[in-house]
Structures are given as C-alpha cells and as structure tokens.
Ligand binder design. Structure first.
Ligand SMILES: Cc1ncc(C[n+]2csc(CCOP(=O)(O)OP(=O)(O)O)c2C)c(N)n1
Ligand SMILES: [Mg+2]
Length: 577
C-alpha cells in the first residue's frame, strides 16, 4: 500500500516537472524547427536521443562542419533557420566555420552548442572541453546568446530565430551549458515560458520615393542590365521577379546561386555574354546581389570605361555605397521591393533600346555556338567540357534535381556550362569560395526537398567532406556524387621542383578510385572514363535514387590554375622560371 502510494506520488511529481532537455525540444517544435543536423557527444548526446524520440529528425554526421553546412543550406532553402547541434569546444569550433560561412552568405542558421560549466570555464580551471564559446562565436556570426536558466529557454530560442531570419539573414550562436539540460522546473510554468515567434522575418517595405528614384534611373538607361544575386533566390519571390524582368525587357545576369530563378535559356538571360554586359551596360540594377569581389567591386577593367549608374535593392541599408556610389538605393526585403517596382512600372513600360538587346543577344549566341562543339567531345580520359556536356543534358532533362557544386575548374566550368531551369536548384561555394560544403549541402538538400541531388565535386573539394558518404548511405539519400578526378588541385601534373620524393603540393595519389568509398558503405560506385559512361551512370543513379559515387576520370592536364580566378594569386617577383 505504502509502495503504491509512493509510486503514485513519484509519477505525479514527474508529470508536473519538466527540464531543460524537454523545454529545448518543445521550443524547437513550437517554432516548426523539426530537423537537427549534428554530431553527438557530451553534453548533448541524450538531448539528441530525446529529440529523436519526440519526433524531431536528428541527422548525425561524421564531422560538425558538414552538419553546420547542412543546417546553413537548409536555412537558405526553407527561409527557416537550419539547426546545427554540437558538443563543446572542439565540436563547437568545427561547427563555427559553417556558422561564419552561413553569416557571410546570409543563410539563416542556429548553431546550438553544449558548453562546459561556467564557474569553471570563467575561472579557467581546466574543465572538460573548456572554452569561452560565446566570446569566440560573437565576432563570427550575426548574434550570439547564452541561456543559463531553464525558464529562459523559450525566449532564448525566440531571440535566436528572429536574429537568424529577420533583416539580412545570418548565423546565430546559442550557447547551452551542460547544467541547463538537466535543470528542472514546474511543467506548467515551463510550457508558459515558451515563445512562438510571430512573423519572424517581417516585411520591410521600401519607401515609395526610393522606388520612384530607381525607376527614373532605369528609364534613363540606354544599355540597362539587371543582376540577380542569391538574395533574390532566397526571397522566394520567383513569380514577381520573373514578371519584373519580363516586363522590363532588360537583359539579366544571374549570379551563381541565382541561376534558374529564370531559366538560363530565357531569351533575356545574358549569362553567356557576361563580360560584354558588365563592360557595356550604363545602368545596372542589382537585386539581392552585392558588389563584392565576385562582381569585381563594381569597378575596374571588368566594368569597362563607360560611366555606370547603379540601382541596388537590398534589405541591408549598410550595403549601399559599400564599394561604389549607388545612384538609387532601394532598401527593403526583396519580395516587397520587387512588388513595389512592378506596380510602379505601370502597364506601358518601354523596352530597352533594340540595338542594346540585339548586341547582347548576338554576343550570347556567338559564345554559345563557340562552346557547343567542345561540350560534345568524347575524349577519354575526359576533359572538363566533355564531362560537363554530358551532365548539362542530364540537368536539362531533370530540372527538379538539385545541383551541388564545388572545386576550382570543376566549379567554374560547371557554373558556365550547366544551365539551370528552376529557382534554388544550384547550391555552391558562395561568397567565400569555400571548399567543404559539398556533402553537407547535398545531404540537407535531399532531406529538405526530397528531390534527387547531383553533386559535382572536384577531387580536392570532395575530400573536405568525403567521409559523409557514409552518412548518405546510412540515411539512404538520393545523392549522386560525380567526382571530377584529375589527380589533384587544379591539375594533377605538377612536379616537385627539387626532384625529391615528395610529390608536388597540389598533387594527389594518381588514378585513385573514389567510387570504392561509396561501395564501402553499401552505396553504388562507378568508374567512368568517357562522357557516355558518365551519362549512363548518372541517369541510372538518378532513376534509382541509390547513393552513388561516380569517379569521373578527367585528364590531369586539362584544368587551369585556380580555375577562372587565377588572377587573384599573388605573384613573386623572385620566382625562378
Ligand atoms: C576551405 C578551403 N580551403 C582551401 C581552399 C583553396 N582551394 C580552392 S579550390 C581548391 C580545390 C580545387 O581542386 P579540385 O576541387 O580538385 O578542383 P579542380 O580544379 O581540380 O577541378 C582549393 C583547395 C578553399 N577554397 N577553401
Ligand atoms: Mg581536382
């Protein structure tokens, strides 16, 4: 009798209590954050288990950087912050690269890291994985918060969500000390402490005067150009952006991750006439694109002699005049700005001068015709163009597939050759040109969209996240990795100038069989030496949805130093020829 009573009392008490573990899970779920990308360990192992038990999808990786990149691209694809979960100090640091990269690329993401005991960390007494994580994260992300009381978990997560997605999106760090997880509080009070974030990324409407100014500048143009950046892709204002461009009749140039917002085969797409339009345009309207190094800072040789006027549409006021004078800044979220522009253009907007449109089209056709025969070559070993010609056809036939792309030549040439047809289907190295995003992006793209993923990877690029092929097999994801194996970084032909036994710094083991890595975990591995073999293998992988890695054998001599950005390498005047 006594025993039963005690038991009832215990059950009763349990029902009335909650703890940090459960409050974090409840707060995530309340805000629709239903997927976590991470690596388990002290102090978050049980948290991961409980989150899975409560219906959150918890995807475990082999390295936090890849989990972080997965969370970042999930944020880009969904406009909800992607969540990455790591252990303290080393795990946190491994995730931090991805958080910084997310911030640079304006991807909304929350890095949640467990951390060691504050009392010990702050006195630097040498705790297990001791590190002042909050202080380290702060300069590398958009915002950083720490929660010390279970009662603050709700508000802490709410702040993190808002900071990640409102205004210009970015990475947020959320520090959760080990003690917080097991902190107990009254269940009712706990439930009341949770916060459902209302309208996390409120519309920011541009001033009507700014919209008018922009259109006045645009109307004055003789040779107008629109540049679409990944901010435009992120906005998910696809129909309005398309309508704006078509109504304006202005040639447009998509930045890498904006490809497909309108198809690259659209009659107004100037992608194949990039150098001409940048050089000759007189008015350039930037939509969610920054004038950073990727656009040569809006000045210099790339932009030609003729004076330019820039119209810039961006949510971040500080972006204006960052590199050159902006004649017409339009500050607001891309969706609201584009809608306002469209409305103010009215119904009788006149097309740009026919000689300009004609000149751009002629250049585009000329360049496409020049490229065509190179893409049809059937050499073995393949060169980049032969292999990419095969993949270009596959993407055309499968416009819903998501393309992940990294490397140097593998990146630059694939970006130029492979046309995209739908928004947010091309995911790549972004603003930093960072290697290592490949498998994290591929995994999250498959999980978030349920669509097949084609990852085109340089052999070096792949190495940064290659172990995640096990993760791909473990979750049986429809990811097909095509690895451009040219035996090294840029080229596989360098030699050690000393004649010593070490190989050159840019060279890998020759004729490696990366396809065996996928086979090791139960996936499909294929060694492809011709464009035809490559095409067959990719089609099979995309049809079956089985994890596949195709080792595409590329002529080691066919790449160039740093792909298309060799000019950024500093030169030594003392270097002996
Ligand atoms: C994190 C990081 N480390 C190093 C680099 C420098 N880097 C740029 S491209 C590249 C690899 C290029 O080789 P690969 O991926 O094989 O492409 P390829 O040109 O051979 O096709 C490296 C190491 C980088 N961009 N990011
Ligand atoms: Mg290579």
């Amino acid at each position: 009798m006594l025993k039963t009573a005690a038991k009832t009392e215990a059950t009763h008490a349990q029902q009335e209590l909650t703890d940090g573990f459960h409050l974090i899970i409840d707060a995530l779920k309340l805000n629709g954050l239903n997927t976590i990308y991470g690596v388990p360990g002290i102090p978050i192992t049980d948290f991961g288990r409980m989150a899975q038990a409560e219906g959150i999808r918890v995807i475990s990786f082999r390295h936090e950087q890849n989990a972080g990149n997965a969370a970042a691209i999930a944020g880009f694809l969904t406009k909800k912050p992607g969540v990455c979960l790591t252990v303290s100090a080393p795990g946190f640091l491994n995730g931090l690269t991805a958080l910084a990269n997310a911030t640079t690329n304006c991807f909304p993401m929350i890095l949640i890291s467990g951390s060691s005991e504050r009392e010990i960390v702050d006195l630097q007494q040498g705790d297990y994985e001791e590190m002042d994580q909050l202080a380290i994260a702060k300069p590398l992300c958009k915002a950083a918060f720490r929660v010390l009381d279970a009662a603050d978990i709700g508000i802490g997560l709410a702040r993190a969500i808002r900071a990640a997605v409102s205004g210009r999106p970015g990475g947020v760090y959320l520090d959760l000390p080990a003690k917080l997880f097991s902190q107990v509080m009254n269940a009712d009070a706990g439930a009341k402490s949770l916060v459902k974030v209302i309208d996390p990324a409120p519309a920011q409407i541009p001033a009507p005067s700014a919209v008018k100014r922009a259109l006045d500048v645009l109307k004055s143009a003789k040779r107008p150009l629109i540049i679409l950046g990944k901010g435009a892709a992120y906005a998910q204002a696809d129909d309005d952006i398309r309508a704006l461009i078509e109504k304006s009749g202005i040639p447009f140039l998509p930045m890498s991750m904006a490809k497909g917002l309108l198809p690259d085969t659209h009659p107004q797409c100037a992608g194949a006439a990039r150098s001409t339009v940048l050089k000759d345009a007189d008015v350039v309207m930037l939509i969610g694109a920054r004038l950073n190094w990727l656009l040569s800072h809006g000045k210099g040789k790339t932009w030609g002699e003729a004076p330019k006027k820039f119209i810039q549409i961006d949510i971040e006021p500080k972006e204006m005049d960052s590199n050159v004078e902006i004649a017409a800044p339009v500050v607001g979220d891309i969706g609201s700005c584009v809608a306002a522009l469209l409305e103010a253009m009215g119904s009788n907007w006149s097309s740009p001068p026919a000689d300009w449109v004609g000149a751009v089209n002629a250049k585009r056709e000329e360049n496409i015709a020049k490229m065509a025969p190179r893409l049809m070559n059937n050499k073995s070993p393949m060169d980049y163009h032969g292999a990419l010609g095969a993949l270009k056809t596959i993407v055309k036939e499968r416009p819903d597939a998501i393309l992940v792309n990294e490397g140097a030549n593998t990146l630059d040439l694939a970006r130029g050759v492979i046309d995209m047809y739908k928004p947010r289907k091309r995911l790549d190295v972004g603003t930093w040109g960072v290697m290592g995003v490949g498998m994290g992006f591929a995994i999250a793209a498959a999980i978030e969209t349920g669509k097949p993923v084609l990852a085109i990877e340089g052999d070096s690029a792949f190495g940064f996240s290659g172990m995640e092929v096990e993760t791909i097999c473990r979750y049986n994801l429809p990811v097909c990795v095509v690895l451009f194996n040219n035996n090294g970084i840029y080229r596989g032909t360098d030699v050690n100038p000393t004649g010593g036994s070490d190989v050159a710094t840019t060279v890998f083991v020759k004729d490696s069989r990366y396809d065996k890595m996928m086979e090791a975990f139960g996936g499909v591995g294929v060694n492809a030496t011709t464009p035809d073999e490559l095409k067959r293998a990719v089609n099979e992988a995309m049809d079956s949805g089985k994890p596949t890695l195709i080792n595409a054998v590329i002529d080691p001599a066919s790449g160039s130093e740093s792909g298309r950005i060799g000019n950024l390498n500093p030169q030594s005047v003392l270097r002996r020829k």
